[in-house]
Design a protein around this ligand. Structure first.
Ligand code: MIG
Length: 818
């Protein structure tokens, strides 16, 4: 680079100087003006292992074969790449073994078994094709950049062709239509109290989207932590572009052809959620704030008295002493350990909030330690980054420093000793009163790859919750921590669940809640939920109950409300609503083993937990705009009621046969149906052939020892597989294969139903029997044969036309015959 700058200086001869022709002591002649510059024609290509370097003489583009289906592209405007480091992709495992480079007059072609990356020589355009030579994604103009005079580096741009009807999905928490076509977005983590529909940006930055071109899906993951932008045909409908205010133009092309493949492959790069403690899939009750202690106790007691299941109670900022993190307000909570223990004895976990702002207070040990060890963020001129948050004047740990993360993790010792079971990480965009966030010039250690806040802003919250999670994991020994975070960057799922922040008690927000959860799920963040009821404003009983219903099918189920609203619990709206809320929270507990199994499928195999209809049937154009139907896991489809007074709605069911969860009536999929749902119901459908595990209702996870496990088995004319997962529920033994993954294969016809079971793993549950309810049988069974042995039975249909049989948990095959 230096070499080139020297060359571009004008040559001035001694004679010229003497003649006075040139009197410039700052000779700018020959310096190129600062403007957007584009890659020129490719001059040369070089291979180093699985990377191919193309250059136009000045700039270099690296094309790296990551796997058969993933290709990484990055560009260095002056030929020098930045150090390869990413918080999103902790370890890039190159798994492609067979790949090749070929050359024609027009193109270079880097090829794996499934994809080719084609580099057009003349215009340096990069495109991707499948192995049938169909172009899936291509540059419209060459990658380009503009120098950034203030900070150094470049603004970097990539512009792709957009196609009529192409759909765009993903990008995390954007509160907008599910298909993002025609819109522009930016990623810059922002505390957006009471956010509105279409407001952008919000709390998280997930620069990953799935494109659906005709019937083929692909993904683009633009791994850049700076402020990034995505335009899906807003500026020009034939153009899709993404760009950043700094860093490298570095993106992964992730091949499909199915949306599900794309998401699973995205997870191979950025990881999945670890298994949560099972209680964290229970109902959780939060408010800003429950205090003093007597109030928290009464809250717990009311849940138990009213027999409304609940697993966790939350303490918001008022539990602290003057909002100092890691302290207790002794007036409100004189003996926290005792209170937490009593709650635990009654089946409640206590989760407390933590903010990144540390009060500047010489008598506060956290501040003193941070100050002594130089753990707090500083401005460019070395002043401390100070800002006002709840505690008053604060300084902020630099969570991008591994040593700071280690320290932060250890600070939880006191809370862990007190018995706290989970940590809620708030305000980590980071949020600062008045200014919104940190100024750009704040410096960060960035795990040794130093940078300003421009680079670290979007990862700050993720690194905070990473520090929290890792710290808790150490302190709990072998127990699974629960962490919740508001801010995050791609990959945050490795450390935490997320909630969608300060939403509003409105019907519009109920719909947004659905959209945000499904969108987060296909963007890699499956463990998500919204403030049930809406954070600000007052929901009426109907809205609250409808939100509880959606909450049952949100992976993270927590009710929360702002301090200036009326107190709001499942019983706050009178008996009629209380009964409905109880019924649905109980449903959450009945389906607990199903939800937990779906979580395992996510953790182990990278399946998103919530799946929109377009992901199930991407070939159908009309599914691209369907927003309200989605499945939780593979088997249960829901279409929540989202409007006041509404008691029926049109629901589209994908191809195949479905059963109404409540009535067991069957429906043919591939078309729309009218579903009826009074306030005490909601549209829920189950795929034919499913085996759905059920627990008895418990007031909290672990309340009862299971004596048997129930399964609802749905008849199907074609073969269907179901999975059921179980383990200890709160340890990391699953990492040593101490779990059981069971597979059921169901197939029936007019005269019979066959259920086969196989099992893998080392966990042995204590119960011995299965209680199976057979649903949708087109015949009344006369004979039941289990593992070849005929049972003596006298079966009848119950009121819901089910037949009940029992079997040992280790059965291999059940034949149900007419
Ligand atoms: O400035 O801790 O989004 O859930 O109740 C507000 C108080 C700080 C914002 C969170 C909200 C929480 C609230 N917090």
């Amino acid at each position: 680079m230096e070499e080139k700058e020297k060359q571009s200086l004008p040559e001035i001869s001694i004679e010229q100087l003497e003649e006075g022709v040139q009197h410039v002591n700052n000779p700018i002649i020959g310096l190129k003006p600062i403007e957007k510059r584009y890659l020129q024609s490719v001059k040369e290509c070089k291979q180093v292992n699985n990377s191919f370097y193309f250059t136009d003489g000045e700039s270099t583009v690296e094309v790296m074969v990551v796997s058969d289906e993933i290709i990484r592209v990055r560009m260095a405007p002056q030929g020098t790449f930045l150090e390869d480091f990413s918080y999103a992709v902790p370890k890039l495992v190159n798994s492609a073994t067979v790949f090749s480079l070929s050359e024609t007059e027009e193109d270079y072609r880097v090829e794996t078994n499934t994809v080719s990356c084609i580099i057009n020589k003349k215009h340096f355009l990069v495109s991707f094709a499948d192995n049938q030579q169909n172009i899936i994604n291509e540059d419209l103009s060459a990658m380009h950049w503009e120098e950034n005079v203030d900070f150094g580096g470049y603004y970097v741009y990539c512009t792709k062709k957009g196609h009529p009807g192409e759909g765009y999905f993903g990008l995390g928490d954007k509160p907008t239509t599910f298909n993002m076509r025609g819109k522009r977005f930016q990623n810059w983590n922002t505390d957006t109290y009471s956010f509105a529909k279409d407001q952008d940006p919000l709390y998280r930055s997930i620069p990953f989207y799935i494109g659906l071109k005709e019937t083929t899906a692909y993904g683009i993951f633009f791994d850049n932590s700076y402020r990034t932008y995505f335009d899906f045909g807003q500026e020009d409908q034939d153009k899709t572009s993404f760009w950043a205010e700094g860093g490298e133009l570095l993106y992964y092309y992730i091949h499909g052809p199915h949306m599900m493949d794309v998401v699973k492959r995205y997870h191979t790069l950025t990881g999945t959620h670890p298994m949560p403690p099972q209680w964290a899939l229970g109902y959780q009750q939060c408010r800003w704030s429950y205090y003093p202690e007597s109030k928290v106790r009464k809250l717990g007691k009311t849940f138990r008295d009213k027999k409304i299941p609940c697993d966790a109670l939350y303490l918001d900022i008022d539990y602290m002493d003057g909002y100092r993190c890691f302290t207790w307000n002794k007036k409100y909570f004189p003996d926290p350990k005792k209170m937490v223990k009593e709650l635990a004895d009654d089946g409640f976990k206590t989760v407390v909030i933590i903010d990144p702002g540390i009060k500047v207070d010489e008598n506060y040990w956290v501040y003193k330690e941070g100050k002594e060890n130089k753990y707090f963020c500083r401005r460019s001129d070395d002043y401390f980054m100070e800002g006002h948050v709840w505690p008053g004047r604060c300084q902020f740990p630099d969570f991008t420093n591994p040593e700071v993360r280690e320290w932060w993790g250890g600070l939880f010792k006191g809370l862990v000793d007190t018995g706290v079971a989970g940590i809620w990480n708030d305000m980590n965009e980071p949020a600062v009163f008045g200014s919104g966030t940190f100024p750009d010039d704040v410096r960060h250690q960035y795990d040794g790859h130093r940078g300003s806040h421009r680079k670290a802003h979007n990862v700050y919250g993720m690194q905070m919750v990473r520090a929290t999670y890792d710290g808790l994991k150490k302190l709990y020994k072998n127990k699974r921590p629960l962490t919740i975070t508001r801010a995050g960057y791609a990959g945050v799922q490795r450390y935490s669940s997320v909630w969608t922040g300060d939403n509003l008690a409105s019907w519009e927000h109920l719909k947004l809640a659905l959209l945000q959860c499904v969108r987060l799920s296909v963007s890699g963040v499956s463990f998500c939920g919204t403030d049930i009821g809406g954070f600000t404003g007052e929901p009426d009983g109907e809205l609250f109950s409808r939100w509880i219903q959606l909450g049952v099918f949100s992976p993270f189920m927590r009710a929360h409300s702002a301090g200036d609203t009326r107190e709001r619990e499942p019983w706050s709206y009178g008996e009629e609503f209380e009964a409905i809320n109880r019924k649905f929270i109980e449903l959450r507990y009945k389906l607990m083993p199903y939800f937990y199994s779906a979580f395992w499928e996510h953790h182990k195999y990278g399946f998103p937990i919530l799946r929109p209809v377009v992901m199930l049937e991407q070939d159908k154009i009309e599914n691209r705009t369907r927003e309200e139907e989605f499945t939780f896991g593979d088997k249960i489809l829901i279409s929540p009621i989202l409007n006041p007074g509404q008691t029926s709605k049109t629901v589209y069911l994908p191809e195949g046969k479905w059963f109404d969860y409540w009535t067991h009536e069957s429906y043919e999929g591939g078309r729309e149906h009218t579903a009826h749902a009074e306030l005490d119901s909601m549209p829920i459908f189950v795929r034919a052939g499913s085996v759905i595990p059920e627990w008895p209702v418990m007031q909290y996870v672990g309340e009862k020892d299971l004596e048997e496990i129930k399964f609802q088995v749905y008849h199907s004319p074609y073969e269907v597989n179901s999975f059921y997962y179980e383990d200890h529920g709160d340890t990391f033994a699953y990492e040593q294969d101490i779990y059981t993954e069971k597979k059921f294969v169901v197939k029936g016809d007019d005269q019979s139903l066959n259920i086969r079971q196989s099992s893998e793993g080392l966990y042995t549950p204590r119960y011995e029997t299965y209680d199976l309810k057979l649903i949708g049988l087109p015949f009344l069974p006369k004979r039941i044969i289990i593992d070849g042995k005929e049972q003596i039975v006298d079966l009848e249909f119950d009121a819901l036309k089910r037949v009940r049989i029992q079997a040992n948990k280790n059965f291999k095959e059940i034949q149900v015959l007419s």
